[in-house]
Design a protein. Structure first.
Ligand code: SAM
Ligand code: SF4
Ligand code: SF4
Length: 372
């Protein structure tokens, strides 16, 4: 089985910097566990170190590959803020002519109005998703960001013709603001999407404690909007080739160090297993003391074909990676044999956002749809 197709969606982290530390972001969780084991590190040592350059991208995702196989590119990723990359605009310019839509997900709390106005003019097919937690001062309990600055940046971007989607993760602390979000989106003629935070998509927990600059508080699940169920459940399927994002969404997921990950659901475990490799790129040995199920379902297969470098764009092309045994044979075979428990219980979600027939949806703005 080959995952290499046409009409792919590339989801990429273009660097590993961020100015925020949202409590359930992978950068916060990996930093937290690293601190517990190593003391005194604010951030994980992998973080805030590197950005993908234009030259990297020209080699990793050549124009020919884009033209033949890619429909959408999304600067979203797992643990970084794309607008902090000094190459952000150059990378948008590189991808834009070769794809239908290029999009990015941002906390909006970076740069200045001049930069956001410049970004608005870079590409007609660029769509930016701005995440805003709350309009109320001191109420950005998830993102802990500066709402008035974000609002200024969205206004600057849209006033210069930028296509924007206003997004918010709905928690209890901001659920009374949904109408304000809709009104603001309408005023700016942009789209609006609300999502349930992924930590609350199961019914296991309804709150957790956050420690922010010495202040402790509870972050609580919203009480108005139900969570969406995983594709596996909505499709009533036990076959990962029907619900895996590699197939169902035609996804290619590229990490900031060039690793081509199968999906976002295993990135944290992959990171922790190959932590030393992430830090210095020398020590490729996996740490086999954690995540036993993940070791069995994924790491054993990666090691069997030669180790972590075999799925890195620093050493292989995208074609070589997707034609490697891991992607071409071992992973699909484990699905067929139903021997891969992680994939069998896949939490790949129907998008977390709530479909809402909304009049504030600007038909000129396409969000990054399912590739196919
Ligand atoms: C890690 S972020 C990177 C992009 C950018 N820094 C941002 O925050 O939008 C990738 C995506 O995860 C989303 N995200 C962050 N925390 C989340 C949560 N608790 N539940 C669901 N999505 C979340 C972000 O909004 C973004 O769309
Ligand atoms: S802004 Fe994005 S990358 Fe930064 S901590 Fe929050 S979710 Fe993570
Ligand atoms: S957990 Fe497995 S089936 Fe689910 S998206 Fe990831 S690789 Fe695909």
């Amino acid at each position: 089985m080959s995952f290499l197709n046409v009409g792919h969606k590339i989801n990429i982290d273009i660097g590993n910097y961020c100015n925020l530390s949202c409590p359930n972001c992978m950068r916060s969780s990996i930093s937290k566990s690293y601190n517990v084991e190593n003391n005194n590190f604010q951030n994980h040592p992998y973080l805030n170190k590197s950005n993908i350059t234009l030259e990297n991208i020209q080699n990793w995702v050549p124009k020919k590959f884009l033209n033949e196989r890619v429909k959408y590119v999304d600067f979203c990723g797992a643990l970084a803020e794309p607008t902090l990359s000094p190459h952000c605009i150059d990378l948008v310019k590189y991808f834009s002519p070769h794809v239908e839509v290029i999009s990015m997900s941002t906390n909006g709390d970076t740069r200045n109005v001049v930069w956001w106005k410049e970004l608005a003019k870079v590409a007609d097919n660029l769509v930016v998703r701005f995440y805003l937690d709350s309009f109320k001062p001191g109420n950005s309990l998830y993102r802990q960001s500066n709402s008035s600055r974000i609002i200024e940046h969205i206004e600057a971007f849209t006033s210069f013709g930028g296509k924007a989607i206003l997004c918010n993760l709905v928690f209890k602390h901001n659920q009374d603001e949904i109408q304000d979000f809709k009104d603001f989106a309408k005023k700016l003629n942009c789209n609006y999407r609300m999502m349930v935070a992924r930590e609350f998509t199961t019914n296991e927990s309804t709150s957790y404690e956050v420690d922010y600059s010495g202040k402790k508080y509870l972050l609580e699940k919203n009480t108005l909007i139900p969570s969406n169920v995983p594709y596996r459940v909505s499709l009533n399927s036990t076959n990962p080739s029907e619900y895996c994002s590699l197939v169902h969404e035609n996804m290619i997921r590229i990490f900031s160090n060039g690793l081509v990950m199968p999906c976002c659901h295993i990135e944290g475990q992959l990171f922790e297993t190959y932590e030393n490799f992430f830090i210095d790129e020398n020590d490729t040995a996996p740490n086999l003391t954690r995540h036993p199920q993940f070791i069995k379902d994924f790491v054993s297969k990666i090691e069997m074909q030669g180790g972590i470098k075999t799925i890195s764009l620093k050493y292989n092309s995208l074609e070589e990676i997707f034609n490697s045994n891991f992607y071409k044979t071992y992973l699909p075979l484990s699905w067929k044999l139903k021997s891969n428990e992680i994939c069998q219980n896949c939490i790949n979600g129907s998008r977390l956002d709530i479909k809402d027939e909304n009049e504030y949806n600007n038909p000129l703005i396409v969000d990054i749809p399912k590739a196919g």
